[in-house]
Design a protein around this ligand. Sequence first.
Ligand code: ADP
Ligand code: MG
Length: 479
Amino acid sequence: MDQAAITGESMPVEAGPGTRVYAASFARLGSLRVQVTGVGAESTFGRVIALVEQAETHRAPVQRIADRFSAWYLPVVLAVAALTFGLSGNVLATAAVLVVACSCSFAMATPVAVLASVGAAAQQGVLIKGGRYLETLAKADVLLIDKTGTVTLGRPQITDVIPLDGRSEVDLLTLAASAERYSEHPLAEAVRTAAAAHGLALGEPAGFQALPGLGVRATVDGTTVAVGGLSLVPDAEAHPQVRALAGLGKTLLAVTVDDRLAGVLAASDTLRPEIPAALAELKKLGLTRIELLTGDHQGTAATLAAELGIPFRADLLPQDKIAIVGEYQAAGHTVVMVGDGVNDAPALAQADVGIAMGAAGSDIAIEAAHIALMREDWTLVPQSVRIARRTARAIRINIGFTAGYNAVGLSAAAFGILPMMLAAAAQSLPDLGILANSARLLRHPTPGRYPAADTEPGKAADENRPAAARQPGPPVARL
Ligand code: ADP
Ligand code: MG
């Protein structure tokens, strides 16, 4: 499948049974039979259209400056014309003043540049919901990043199944997977995948409840089962086996049955390979304060943060993430937040610029964010900043050029040096200048050089590939 229209990734992606394919993609070879799961506005393509429409209604602050400028520009022009006529009585010079000033280039200065950039960005797989986010992104200095699914591939594998109440490993995994049956969380999928790998038959959970940042709770076969972080059970870390696993940087999940600890599952996830280079580049681009925010526990977060060489805060609930964003904002910083999950959505909305990782990520995160990356590729983050910087510069050039040009034109006309015909011709010149300057934005900025991160075609689609096709990370636990 060629999904370039959606993801910007020109390499075709392998599709097989169970793969999710986007509307607006092309079958390059062979044929396939697809089941429609969403039509129109529900499709990714439909969401892209909605985002673009939304972008049009969110104006850039610079655009408002241009609007305000236009409001007093007209009276000034009329005054200059009146003055010219009053002092010289020259009708032609007065008309020349009105003609040369009749330029729509102020109104064009921002939207044309924003349009060019939003379009160029979309081609590369970066959906920007409005010109104002380009403006803000250009001056951002703090970058907050979520861990699971954002810094890591978000495809954890269950590596250990440790019953602590005498039941069998198979029983523990079956219970956990049944409770997780309807959760969208990457850890839930890991638990289900592990259960499926051992051919376990899952029970049907009743009263399923998802607690963002904590875990899930459901009734399975008459017992209440909860799966979630170690904070679910205060004394979980008292077990030596649990402590040993925590030291390895694994994510630990406590499984409780009727509120008593039944066992622990350990999951391990893989760091996205292109992250270190992308973070280094973002630092160079002025995002000097970078911090990892996670709902995972201290031990896991510390291991990962050390690997990336950035500070971290762990054991966070969604509301804690919002509070941290607010903290930085109150201190006068412009905050960019990158996240993917349901638990990140509030913080993404609160941030000055929220970036949702991967169109395959959670719909809520994409909805809440201001920029959506259509490919799960960190190189798109510095790329977005670069696009924003370029746009801000082009807009300043557009406005400066127009202001200068009109000042000269008006003066020349007022003093009668500019003949009528020339004034008419000169009038459209700044528009051409703005178009030419903004058209430069259609060219893609040179992306940073990264080591061949993940040469698999179409990473965004990984999630959609049949389970058998993805085998990164550690082997699934043996029971
Ligand atoms: P992050 O902030 O790193 O993206 P989340 O906030 O999504 O992580 O999750 C934080 C923690 O909450 C996880 O490490 C896990 O312990 C627990 N958790 C959340 N949802 C689930 C779930 N569906 N199943 C098991 N554990 C979960
Ligand atoms: Mg996450």
